[in-house]
Design a protein around this ligand. Sequence first.
Ligand SMILES: Cc1cc2nc3c(=O)[nH]c(=O)nc-3n(C[C@H](O)[C@H](O)[C@H](O)COP(=O)(O)OP(=O)(O)OC[C@H]3O[C@@H](n4cnc5c(N)ncnc54)[C@H](O)[C@@H]3O)c2cc1C
Ligand SMILES: Cc1ncc(C[n+]2csc(CCOP(=O)(O)OP(=O)(O)O)c2C)c(N)n1
Ligand SMILES: [Mg+2]
Length: 476
Amino acid sequence: MKKTGAEIVWECLVREGVEHVFGYPGGAILPTYDAIWKYPIHHVLVRHEQGATHMADGYARASGGVGVAIATSGPGATNMVTGIATAMLDSSPIVCITGQVGSKLIGSDAFQEIDITGITLPITKHNALVTRPDEVARALREAFHIARSGRPGPVLVDITKDAQQGSCEFDWDQAVPQLPGFRPPLGYDQAEYEKALELINRAKRPLVLAGHGILLSGAGQALRRFVEKANIPVAMTLLGIGCLPALHSLNLGMMGMHGEAWVNHAIQEADLLIALGMRFDDRVTGNLKTYARNAAKIHVEIDRAELNKNVKVDVALVGDVGNVLEHLVTQVNPGDHCDWLSHIAELKGDAAVRDIQNLPDSGHLYAAHVINDLWRETGGRALVVSDVGQHQMWEAQYYHHTEPNSLITSGGLGTMGFALPAAIGAKFARPDAEVWVVVGDGGFQMTMAELATIAQEGLDINIALINNGYLGMVRQ
Ligand SMILES: Cc1cc2nc3c(=O)[nH]c(=O)nc-3n(C[C@H](O)[C@H](O)[C@H](O)COP(=O)(O)OP(=O)(O)OC[C@H]3O[C@@H](n4cnc5c(N)ncnc54)[C@H](O)[C@@H]3O)c2cc1C
Ligand SMILES: Cc1ncc(C[n+]2csc(CCOP(=O)(O)OP(=O)(O)O)c2C)c(N)n1
Ligand SMILES: [Mg+2]
């Protein structure tokens, strides 16, 4: 059946299961916009293309699927850069579609021509320039496949105006991805796995470092069964929050620079660290020379490039953490570790008593109190999208998340302005969720134009603006 490149764009998105796209029009993408009305896709008109990328990202993180953002060439495309980089550093699967000038004009500094595949090469998992209508379907199928498989990430497809306008035969089956160089890992080495099992069964002071990979893998239940059987305490990264209920007796809370001191002391004293779907970010390890020197280390990770990158490990298991945990659950010995757990309780000591929550009411409104109240008032069931700064850290400490994927935040890039648009995407993904934005006065002003998008779409989104009157984290 003959279709224009523009029609093929929407045809492919529908077949990929896309219901919402977040975008902003302009000349080079207009042929595609002109064709949208024939397809059952809801277009959300954003106020800035950065917002579109964060919305796609929030949609992806809240749904477990792929988010889609669309923009025109030149300034539309460059406005997407921050959102693409944010998704890249947090392994979030989004597909960005940009219009490009006509193929014959490429390289001539034409009006609104910019080399967006060049610009985004280091911040995308993959990108492609499409110059013919008969390349559109395969490029998009490959984009979705790459974005969601293995370690997820952002993919950009740049489509020239003539590729959108021209026509060709459309055949979905023919456009099956052909990616001979793209090989997500097949699975871990059995001998390494046996070594891991032995280390776990022998350890006296084991500790699990649980990361975002657990949530991406949907492995929260498997994690819980594993740690309950082996009685191993768990520390979470910022992006791993929610993988085990906050108030679970084995959950120590967040590790790293903004984690509790006693959690980091426990990590330093452990004899075995079991790192699951986390990448030993520098906010987590601090000085690598002194990081957990006495611990043997097991690392379960889907991206081979992360293994032995920051922290040298004793056992490296390449693959999906959920798959590894399913095997470990059946094969690990039931554990005791009572001495170790009571030692950690001693390390914790009176930290809870000294906590800011227990400060007497002096008439001051403390951000930590506000967030703790937010947790209580929402019964811990809200989908919280936090921005970047002190309020983000207080959210991580005082909102006790019980569900996987109930906290969405920019960890790796630390993008101020992320929260409000990401919450819009999250609300489209989970319309029944009570969505709360926790944002500082600085970050709010970076993308507050998206309030107009919220109003236009009639979205029920709550905003807790932690207005301390300054750029708190910088001042701190
Ligand atoms: C102001 C600020 C302060 C911060 N302070 C802290 C802090 O104190 N503590 C802290 O923890 N973080 C902190 N962060 C966040 C930090 O920068 C990192 O973003 C975070 O530590 C990364 O967590 P992660 O490794 O779990 O997730 P990611 O960076 O998302 O990495 C996930 C890893 O899991 C792997 N993976 C993906 N899917 C799978 C799968 N199916 N199976 C196996 N592996 C998989 C990926 O390849 C990747 O290596 C802070 C951020 C900001 C902005
Ligand atoms: C886009 C961007 N610019 C600058 C920074 C550096 N930065 C990190 S936190 C912060 C202050 C945030 O202030 P605010 O939003 O008011 O939150 P608070 O720390 O006061 O809670 C700044 C400027 C950043 N992370 N992102
Ligand atoms: Mg502030």
